[in-house]
Write a protein that binds this ligand. Structure first.
Ligand code: FHN
Length: 487
């Protein structure tokens, strides 16, 4: 798409020309003059929906190298915390307004009680850093429509509507910047607080009125959704916009493409997930191959792709069973499962966005902190097998217990054993460099090994090696070598 802006581009050699020029100029109308202009400079608007691979790869580089981020679901839903009228409400905590069919005015009472006095942005940013997370995505506005920033578009936000009165996103974006954590925001397209954006699948409003209201969705899109996302970009400079709630029928593919183009013009380097448009195939989260839907990465939810994909993707997952805090959800995944998930995702070339659901007082639940501590300890020793790596071309695993990653741009392959290896480790898909070093990360002495085309790579593991690493979750072998694509 080219937008031509006419500009004069004069080249005058000496004083005579300007005098003659201005006499001619005075004698003819601006319109005729436009036809005599020396040259027309074109200024084109980039069509970001047709970005080149080189530009895309450059923009995505930090995100691909980062591999691991924190998802934060936080809002007034943390006040009821899964309990309504004394009863436990099924479904995830952040859906309580819908699950318990709470009328808007009644739900607003939770927003009026939302006063997270224990919230400490610097502490949260330190927690992300110490857990080895390189970026974060926080719900600026979830489906309930409540904003965690000081919006000029609506007063239904943390500053104007809750007793807390402080801008959460401002504090958190600054704290993340200080700790070198890339700041991102989640934003829901569906908005149960806004009469024009209920979403056709919201039972309470699925009446003739709602169809009329929803016919006004384009007004919400233009006068509310876009202005609020603009505020987020302009005031908090997020590097990721993570849309959600795109499944509602009123939100269209055209809107998705327009929103993507608009936000990239606003901030060309911003990274936007595939839920900005309509391409996501359910919870599996990926777009159909070669479709023309907008979005920079696929978003499998609560699951990890079976195999490798040819596009960027990020698996988002809870530590227990809920995104938003629930008082009585104690079904926590073990630290070992979470570390193995991270390794599995990285071996398939994906990112892992691991969720915390803070309490209404502003604290990350203790069981989440404990797991993040263990993950951070493991990554302090083994982080090189995750960060700045890419998947192998043909094999992301060997059997059930070995995963592979490759250091981006170097002939270094990592074989990560999810089970404590025994005396020897045999690898079928790796060929060591002639005289190349093989190490067990966390064990100082290089390992002895033999290699043959027939037997593959046999690594000898000294008796004390595994215990010396002090690690009990996954063992990383660093091999200066290349992938064997043929067995
Ligand atoms: O409905 C939301 C849900 O509350 C949560 O935010 C997840 C996380 O990605 N996304 C939607 C369900 O797909």
């Amino acid at each position: 798409m080219k937008v031509r802006i006419l500009k004069y581009n004069h080249k005058t050699k000496n004083i005579l020309y300007p005098v003659i020029f201005f006499i001619i100029l005075a004698m003819s109308s601006c319109k005729e003059q436009a036809k005599k202009s020396d040259s027309i400079e074109e200024v084109t608007t980039i069509n970001y929906l047709e970005e080149s691979n080189e530009s895309f790869d450059e923009r995505m580089k930090w995100w691909r190298d980062a591999r691991f981020g924190m998802f934060i679901h936080w809002g007034p839903y943390s006040v009821p915390a899964g309990v309504y009228n004394g009863k436990e409400v099924d479904n995830v905590g952040e859906w309580i307004m819908n699950s318990a069919q709470i009328p808007i005015t009644e739900y607003e009472e939770y927003a009026k009680q939302f006063n997270p006095l224990k919230f400490d942005a610097k502490k949260w940013a330190r927690t992300m850093k110490e857990s080895g997370m390189k970026y974060m995505v926080i719900t600026s506005k979830h489906h309930d429509g409540f904003g965690l920033w000081d919006s000029n578009v609506s007063d239904y936000d943390i500053v104007d509507f809750s007793p807390y009165g402080q801008d959460i996103l401002k504090a958190l974006s600054e704290a993340c910047k200080e700790e070198g954590i890339r700041f991102g925001v989640y934003h829901s397209i569906m908005d149960w607080h806004h009469p024009q954006a209920q979403g056709l699948n919201y039972p309470e409003y699925n009446t003739q009125d709602s169809l009329k209201m929803n016919s006004q969705f384009p007004e919400y899109y233009t006068n509310y959704l876009k202005p609020q996302v603009t505020e987020l970009i302009e005031n908090y400079d997020p590097e990721i916009i993570w849309f959600d709630g795109e499944w509602i029928l009123e939100y269209t593919h055209e809107m998705g493409q327009e929103m993507y183009q608009y936000l990239r013009e606003l901030k060309p380097g911003v990274i936007i997930n595939n839920r900005v448009d309509k391409g996501r195939q359910g919870m599996q989260g990926m777009n159909k191959e070669d479709d023309d839907y907008a979005g920079d990465f696929g978003t499998p939810e609560q699951e990890i792709l079976e195999g490798i994909a040819n596009v960027d993707w990020e698996s988002c997952m809870t530590m227990n069973d809920t995104w938003g805090y629930k008082l009585n959800d104690h079904n926590w995944k073990s630290a070992k499962v979470l570390i193995h998930n991270l390794i599995d995702v990285a071996s398939k070339g994906g990112n892992y966005l691991l969720n915390v659901g803070p309490t209404s007082e502003g604290e990350i639940p203790e069981p989440s902190l404990e797991r993040l501590q263990v993950i951070g300890d493991w990554l302090r020793t083994n982080g090189e097998v995750i960060y700045g790596t890419e998947k192998l071309k043909a094999h992301f695993k060997q059997g059930d217990d070995i995963r592979f990653t490759k250091k981006r741009g170097e002939q270094i392959i990592y074989a990560i054993s999810l089970k404590s290896p025994k005396k020897d480790l045999v690898l079928k898909y790796v060929k060591p460099m002639e005289g190349g070093k093989i190490e067990l990360i966390g064990y100082e002495t290089p390992l002895n090994y033999t290699y043959s085309e027939e037997e593959g790579l046999l690594i000898n593991i000294p008796e004390d090696a595994i215990s010396t690493t002090g690690n009990q979750y996954a063992w990383s072998f660093k091999i200066h070598g290349v992938e064997r694509t043929t067995k």
